[in-house]
Design a protein around this ligand. Structure first.
Ligand SMILES: Cc1ncc(COP(=O)(O)O)c(C=O)c1O
Length: 255
């Protein structure tokens, strides 16, 4: 089949050759289950931990703060529902924007049906939120601010450093959907006071079906998928080892 290259890399990217090459052995040779204690299982586990270290290092995070998921949408769901369900007793209010990806908007709508309150901030003609409006929206019940770093339709980059400062000042967790940003914009979770961050490999020349969520150590969040105890008991399911290897190989924080 002829190789098709088109410009909409916000929708997805192809898998780079070196990325695919790195992944292939994990389908056929090193196919062990990372939860198995024998050699091929241990090799899979090792590959996952190497990837975790790489993702963490580039984000300015600790390896134990990285959780691999099945996609960016899952990372968003886990971040928002995870915080909401774990912190219900502290408050029921979430702040987001009207221009988030559906993975955030639908998740918030579901939470509203369950009794949470959500403020959807508007944006100006360039797609930016108002920091003043954000700060005014915070109240004693606010448990989460979820604002994307870069928009998938119009490319607007939100002022995440200032959002992080506001969140920290008011002791509210800050989640950013950085699915469109990682690979293009360098992000440091410490510098930007980010508590949770979603990313997805297929936006930066990695495979589809694998993502990651950064969660700052000490932040209380609940798992939303039950079963095995993978990913420090926060995300049940045998890991997509080849995908995680591909995510690691393609991962680039910034251009
Ligand atoms: C901003 C944003 N968030 C989340 C997602 C969902 O990521 P995934 O396709 O990996 O589920 C996308 C995908 O287009 C996106 O652009």
């Amino acid at each position: 089949m002829e190789k098709i290259r088109y410009f909409d890399h916000a929708a997805t990217t192809y898998v780079k050759e070196d990325v695919l090459k790195e992944m292939l052995p994990y389908f056929e040779l090193n196919y062990g289950n990372p939860s198995s204690i024998y050699t091929i299982g241990r090799e899979s586990k090792r590959a996952i931990e190497v990837a975790r270290e790489r993702v963490a290092r580039e984000l300015g995070a600790k390896p134990k703060e990285i959780y691999f998921t099945g996609c960016g949408s899952e990372s968003d769901n886990l971040a928002i529902k995870g915080i909401a369900y774990a912190n219900r007793k502290m408050g029921n209010h979430i702040i987001t924007t009207k221009i988030e990806h559906n993975a955030v908007l639908e998740t918030c709508e579901i939470l509203e049906q369950e009794g949470f309150r959500v403020t959807y901030l508007g944006v100006d003609e360039k797609g930016k939120i108002s920091l003043e409006e954000l700060e005014n929206a915070i109240n004693e019940n606010t448990i989460l601010i979820s604002i994307m770093t870069a928009n998938n339709e119009i490319g607007t980059i939100q002022p995440i450093n200032q959002i992080g400062e506001i969140a920290k000042k008011h002791n509210v967790s800050f989640h950013t959907d950085a699915v469109q940003a990682i690979g293009n914009i360098r992000i440091d979770v410490e510098k930007s006071n980010i508590d949770l961050l979603s990313l997805s490999a297929h936006k930066f020349y990695g495979p589809k079906g694998v993502g990651a969520l950064y969660v700052r150590q000490g932040i209380n969040f609940k798992k939303i998928q039950n079963g095995g105890h993978q990913e420090k008991n926060k995300r049940a399911g045998t890991e997509n080892v080849a995908g995680i290897v591909g995510l690691r190989k393609s991962y680039k924080n910034g251009i």
